[in-house]
Design a protein around this ligand. Structure first.
Ligand code: HEM
Ligand code: HEM
Length: 185
């Protein structure tokens, strides 16, 4: 449970950093650059299915942008409910004492159910990446790792923020969260 708790807390710090990065990070990481309305998403999906043309994007595509938000939201719910959960025997999440046993039991049930949804979302996410690769010859994994993507036609390159800024935001979030939790113990 101790390992489970600290991995879960790391997830909170990573997702929190990603949300901050969505406002101050590189162009392609900003929510304003990849969150578009339902019409754009359905237009993208129709083009994708009809296979008429090349639909590769700099950064997340219109459907991918919303799937990122869904994954981030469920990761946050999962880890936050964990803080209030208990295992009935040895372990109480660090915030379980604040809500009382009955409510903590309800939240523990939620923590279990959310995980099942998360697994489905992650499965769909991996299938989507494979579908892009197999049917569109659009390898999303390489640019995610290297930060470099090649296009057949000219594209405007996004402006990238320095890596130290990301490490600073990540390190600061983790330090604040760990300090807060240690002070509760
Ligand atoms: C994204 C992060 C997390 C994931 C994916 C996750 C996943 C899970 C899963 C699948 C279980 C059920 C295990 C089982 O039935 O054997 C569980 C139980 C539990 N988790 Fe998490 N968890 C996360 C974060 C946290 C955090 C941050 C805490 C608290 C600090 C926490 C506290 C607990 C507790 C107390 C249980 C036991 C509940 C019980 O026995 O019914 N979890 N977690
Ligand atoms: C074999 C497993 C996985 C593969 C191959 C994979 C692949 C990818 C790829 C290629 C992207 C970039 C998508 C794009 O260019 O638009 C991405 C983004 C993302 N993935 Fe995964 N993924 C995997 C597992 C997971 C898991 C387990 C989670 C959650 C626990 C996850 C959460 C995310 C999130 C939140 C993003 C958005 C990142 C951002 O914009 O900062 N992925 N993944």
């Amino acid at each position: 449970m101790a390992v489970h708790q600290w991995l879960g807390v790391t997830v909170i710090a990573i997702v929190f950093s990603r949300i901050v990065w969505g406002f101050v990070g590189s162009d392609t990481a900003r929510f304003s650059s990849f969150l578009v309305g339902p019409k754009s998403v359905s237009r993208y999906l129709k083009r994708f299915i009809s296979r008429r043309d090349d639909v590769a994007f700099v950064g997340h595509n219109p459907a991918g942008g919303w799937s990122v938000m869904l994954l981030l939201a469920f990761l946050v719910f999962q880890a936050l409910t964990g803080l209030f959960s208990n295992d009935d025997i040895f372990f109480d999440g660090p915030l379980a004492g604040f809500v009382g046993k009955d409510l903590s039991d309800v939240i523990t049930g939620l923590h279990h159910q959310l995980f099942e949804i998360l697994v489905i979302l992650i499965g769909a996410h991996v299938v989507a990446v494979i579908v892009h690769w197999v049917f569109k010859r659009d390898n999303l994994i390489r640019p995610m790792v290297s930060g470099v993507k090649k296009f057949k036609s000219d594209m405007k390159a996004p402006s990238l923020q320095p890596a130290w800024k990301a490490f600073f935001i990540g390190g600061a979030s983790l330090a604040i969260l760990v300090a807060a939790l240690l002070s509760l113990e």
